[in-house]
Design a protein around this ligand. Structure first.
Ligand SMILES: *Cc1c(COP(=O)(O)O)cnc(C)c1O
Length: 356
């Protein structure tokens, strides 16, 4: 029996599951993971913490993750408290809950492409209609164009990714505010890469006080080097959090997840030191690629999009043949490389020299 033979929902027919290849390759620079594994100190702390918490694994976890949300709020700053912060299993689950509460049949969600492929996928998965608007040729977002697209389609939810994935560049805060003012519905700013942004880039968190329909999402998957933990979170008006409580599954965040995330937050000074190393490595990678005469999008993230290659598959395969896995994603002639350790980036440069 095949998938097509099942009585699957009509709107899911013919769709493909999300799938960046998980290949066993020496240098993996394809899913924007943080290359630095947890420190020994963090691992020791984690082992003790889990040992202690596990004594109560016969009980359900704190359903509302009170302490974790309090600590995430303290990390975010901006005067936030736990009543304005929500957490779930990865920011993908956070996004799904937003769509469950504010999207659904007969409703629309809009994004400006090229952007994060999961936004349309989660939108469709929740029976919401995806409306795609476009970025400019240089991948920036023209405020007047964005406002016009919102006025034309009147979406229930607008997604803006800043810094954007896969292009890497942050959206100016004035553009974000113009989008919020034009939109009737909820506006979600996906700040998965915010910690990597170039110095002086303001967060959409600065707009929360003025805009009750604004939601800012973050994740521990990238800057915090905790992709395996699955912890995403958001900041929004307390009424938005109440709406999300209506759709979340009870006890969605396990005791182990909550304890792991809280441990990572205690070690944030160490973890964010690695972020600084990655930002420097990123800037060096942008410079190196430009020095080779390639086009490179400005990056505020832990990855760089570069081109253009009439046959990008050939470059991608050429790198893979040398044990370097990057990502074939985004506009047709471009490729994306995640920033790895110094050694990994030197392997990437060497492999690039060879394929070019
Ligand atoms: C990686 C990424 C996320 C993070 O997803 P998690 O579910 O938290 O791992 C969210 N948004 C964007 C744009 C991303 O690239």
């Amino acid at each position: 029996m095949n998938l097509e033979d099942l009585p699957i929902r009509d709107d899911l027919r013919g769709m493909k599951a999300y799938g960046a290849p998980q290949l066993d390759v020496a240098v993996r620079l394809n899913t924007n993971e943080n290359p630095y594994p947890p420190s020994e100190r963090l691992l020791d702390d984690l082992a003790l913490t889990i040992r202690r918490e596990a004594a109560e694994l016969n009980r359900y976890p704190d359903r509302d993750a009170i302490e974790l949300r309090e600590e995430l709020a303290a990390y975010l700053g901006h005067g936030l408290g736990r009543e304005r912060v929500w957490a779930a299993n990865g920011s993908n689950e956070v996004l799904q809950q937003i769509l469950q509460a504010f999207g659904g049949p007969g409703r629309t969600a809009m994004g400006f492409e090229p952007s994060y492929a999961m936004h349309p996928l989660i939108t469709t998965g929740t029976n919401t209609t995806w409306v795609r608007a476009s970025r400019e040729a240089d991948f920036s977002l023209d405020p007047a164009g964005a406002v016009a697209a919102i006025k034309e389609h009147d979406p229930d939810i607008v997604f803006l990714t800043s810094p954007n994935n896969p292009t890497g560049t942050a959206v100016p805060i004035e553009t974000i505010e113009a989008v919020i003012e034009a939109a009737r519905g909820m506006v979600v700013i996906d700040e998965a890469y915010f910690e990597f942004a170039r110095t002086g880039t303001p967060s959409a968190l600065t707009l929360l006080g003025r805009h009750p329909r604004l939601i800012v999402t973050r994740t521990m998957s990238k800057a915090f080097a905790m992709a395996g933990t699955r912890l995403g979170y958001l900041a929004a008006h307390p009424a938005v959090i109440e709406a999300l409580l209506l759709v979340r599954l009870p006890y969605h965040l396990s005791t182990v997840t909550q304890a792991t995330a809280r441990t990572a937050l205690r070690h944030r000074e160490d973890l964010l030191k690695d972020v600084q190393r990655l930002r420097e490595e990123r800037d060096a990678t942008v410079g190196w690629l430009r020095g080779r005469g390639l086009e490179v999008a400005d990056s505020d993230a832990n990855f760089v999009m570069f081109g253009r290659f009439p046959d990008r598959r050939k470059i991608w395969q050429g790198l893979l043949d040398q044990g370097v896995l990057i990502r074939e994603v985004g506009p047709p002639e471009w490729l994306r490389v995640s920033i790895g350790t110094k050694d990994e980036m030197s392997a990437f440069r060497q492999a690039m020299e060879n394929v070019l």
